[in-house]
Design a protein around this ligand. Structure first.
Ligand code: FEO
Length: 395
């Protein structure tokens, strides 16, 4: 696939990975993107996962014919991109690796001491690599989402190679069982962002400020589709996500329920919120949903209701894990309410609030819901009061 006249896609699709990064379900597979810049000097932008080395080298050779690459630019050392560096360096013994100093240190650790001392070009912020017509300008992007990351701007074709930034889950050939051509970029890009990059909002903001000074016409990420049109939309979403703003107005109710009584309370609250005109109401059963989907909803909506039970003098494990996912990603700037259930000592709301203690700018609802085993008139009245209070946020 041609991105521009000189920039060709040479990445691969993975439909075999069970959990991406050992963590995330990817029902539509995963793409490990790589790009070749065909100029007086030939540069390949990043390698791919080690299970696809041969296919990737085949893609490069198919583009180049008798020519060979001069550079392998390594923007990020996580193994989904660095796994084929050694294969590349063996296949093209005249080529050099271009990367940050930190990346070479990581190479040494990943590759049993190999750090390509005689075949390396160390780059960082402000360094330019001249390929001929194309000049590659390196932009340091530390902690987006690893410390060694650099992004690369091709000032000739106005292309930003954005490393993991602007990536998404999903292969590009759409041959997975659940693949769909009308795939919504934001859905899987948001789950990817909050799962993988979400903790590093401040660092993403710093890179967005640098990117704002560049004339970018195309974004080539390491995962997901190449972005060529309406770049303001994608950059705007990244700005919202990385500044911990709320993308959507609405209430997400995140709950666990042991025997269904908390679930009944949650359903009643959801019904009332909808009836009172809350723009969007989303209900997530934390025990039966992909946790990464729940986390993205937690960051997406401006209001969240946490509903769970007291369990072992603590809270139900799925809720505990969920709140931990939020707080480690700097959860902040939300309206928050609690529903608790306990058959003899309901203390879940207190525990949840304590877990959120370090989060900035949480606006706690005055009303809460306390269920003692099952709904009764008192708890139904509390649900009505909470629904009224939350609905008022949207009037
Ligand atoms: Fe796509 Fe951070 O690796």
């Amino acid at each position: 696939m041609e991105i521009t006249k000189d920039i060709i896609y040479v990445g691969v699709n993975d439909h075999d990975v069970d959990l991406f990064e050992g963590h995330y379900i990817v029902p539509e597979g995963m793409a490990y993107n790589s790009y070749l810049i065909n100029d007086e000097k030939v540069a390949v932008m990043d390698s791919v996962d080690c299970h696809f080395t041969d296919e990737w080298l085949g893609n490069i050779k198919a583009v180049l014919g008798d020519r060979t690459p001069d550079y392998l630019v390594v923007q990020h050392m996580e193994p989904d991109h660095s796994g084929s560096i050694r294969g590349f360096m063996e296949a093209f013994p005249q080529a050099c690796v271009v990367s940050s100093q930190k990346a070479f240190t990581m190479m040494k650790n990943f590759f049993e001491g190999e750090e390509y001392a005689d075949r390396r070009v160390v780059v960082g912020e402000g360094v330019v690599l001249d390929l001929g017509a194309h000049k590659l300008n390196f932009v340091a992007a530390p902690m987006v989402h690893w410390p060694e990351v650099v992004m690369t701007y091709d000032s000739t074709d106005k292309v930003l190679f954005s490393a993991d930034g602007f990536g998404k889950f999903g292969a590009l050939d759409k041959c997975g069982e659940t693949g769909a051509d009308d795939d919504d970029w934001a859905c899987e890009a948001r789950r990817y962002y909050f799962g993988i990059v979400g903790k590093y909002g401040m660092q993403v903001q710093a890179v967005l400020k640098k990117a704002a000074k560049l004339d970018i016409q195309t974004i080539c990420p390491l995962h997901g589709p190449v972005l060529m049109e309406d770049l303001g939309y994608y950059i705007g979403l990244y700005d919202t996500w990385s500044s911990y703003g709320s993308e959507s107005k609405g209430v997400v109710i995140s709950y666990t329920s042991v025997y269904g009584n908390t679930k009944k309370a949650v359903e009643l609250l959801a019904e009332k919120l909808e009836a009172k005109g809350v723009p969007e109401v989303v209900v997530n059963d934390l025990a039966r949903s992909d946790i990464a989907e729940c986390v993205e909803d937690g960051f997406r909506y401006d209001t969240q209701v946490f509903a769970t039970t007291t369990f072992n003098n603590d809270i139900f494990p799925f809720m505990k894990e969920y709140i931990h996912h939020l707080t480690e990603r700097n959860y902040q700037k939300k309206n928050v309410a609690f529903m608790e259930n306990g058959s003899w000592a309901p203390t879940a709301a207190k525990t949840m609030k304590a877990m959120l203690e370090g989060c900035k700018e949480l606006n706690y609802a005055e009303n809460g819901v306390k269920i003692v085993s099952a709904l009764n008139d008192e708890s139904r009245a509390q649900i009505e009061a909470l629904a009224e209070e939350l609905a008022a946020l949207y009037k």
